[in-house]
Each structure stands twice: as C-alpha cells, then as structure tokens.
Design a binder for this molecule. Structure first.
Ligand SMILES: [Fe+2]
Length: 169
C-alpha cells in the first residue's frame, strides 16, 4: 500500500499534468490566432504529451491498488503578444513542474517508498529534457527578436512534431 501523504502528492500531480496540458492547449490556440501554424502544432503535441504524463501518474496509483481522485484544474493563461511570451510562459511552467516532481521525490525518499522511484526518476529526467528543449527555443526567439523571416523559420522548424500515441511513453 502506498503512503497516504505520497498518494495525495502523486494524485495531485495527475491534476497538475492536466493543468499543463490545458495551458499548452491555450498557447497552441494563441499561436494559431497569431498565424504561427508550426508553433501551434508544437504546443498541440506538447499538450498531448502532458495528458500522457498525467496518465503515467494515474496508472501508478491504480497499479498500487489506489483510486485516482480528480481535482479542479486552475490555470493562469493570459493572452500573449507573440511566440517569445508564449515560450517564456512554457519555460516558467516547466520549472514549476520540475520543482513539483522534486518535492514528490523527496517525499518518496522520506517515507522509504522504493516502488515509486523508477517512475519519479523517469520524470526527473523528462524535466531536464523539457527545460532544455523549451529553453533552446526561448534562446532562439530572443536571437531573432522581431525579425519576421527568423520567426517564420522557427515556425517552420517546429512544425510537424509528432503527437505521441496514447501510452507510447
Ligand atoms: Fe509533464
């Protein structure tokens, strides 16, 4: 059986991952509204990946004999002026998620829950990758600034990112 405090934290993370999906879906819509179809595709794929993350945590709870309790999803999703603002918001969000994963990992250590470690290690690694990927895009967007052809090149490069099929991760 899973420790109560650890259960609550993992269960909360299911909602947090769906909140990230909701935020990225919003940013996809914003990129679509601002005529950046490639960036819209990138955020759409990212939103799908966050739903997969939510399910990974949910599956862990179920596999260990628990039930998933959904919580209210609340996001702070403002209108954005352009791609740099959208990806900066994404980077900030990923940093927040990294801290959430670290907090759950510390808690799992505290209660000596060895079984959750493979899952949490996967997420710790995933967060390194997420922050690096989004950070690179933020750097490139800063480099091109308001240059239209530079922005369109980034838009073209980030188009066509494959959406993960359910449970492929
Ligand atoms: Fe995630």
């Amino acid at each position: 059986m899973i420790d109560d405090k650890l259960y609550e934290a993992i269960n909360q993370q299911v909602t947090e991952e769906y909140a990230a999906a909701y935020l990225y879906r919003h940013l996809a819509n914003e990129m679509d509204a601002l005529s950046f179809p490639g960036l819209c595709e990138w955020f759409t794929a990212q939103a799908a990946e966050e739903c997969e993350h939510a399910q990974k945590f949910a599956q862990h709870i179920i596999d260990r004999g628990g039930r998933v309790k959904p919580h209210t999803i609340e996001i702070d999703a403002p209108e954005v002026e352009g791609p740099l603002e959208a990806f900066t918001a994404a980077l900030e969000h990923e940093k927040k998620v990294s801290e959430q994963i670290r907090t759950i990992t510390r808690l799992s250590d505290e209660v000596g829950d060895l079984e959750s470690r493979p899952l949490l290690n996967w997420f710790l690694n995933e967060q390194i990758e997420e922050e690096a990927n989004v950070g690179e895009i933020v750097d490139q967007l800063k480099l091109v600034g308001a240059d239209g052809s530079g922005l369109l090149r980034i838009d073209a490069r980030l188009a066509g990112r494959p959406t993960p099929p359910p449970s492929a991760q």
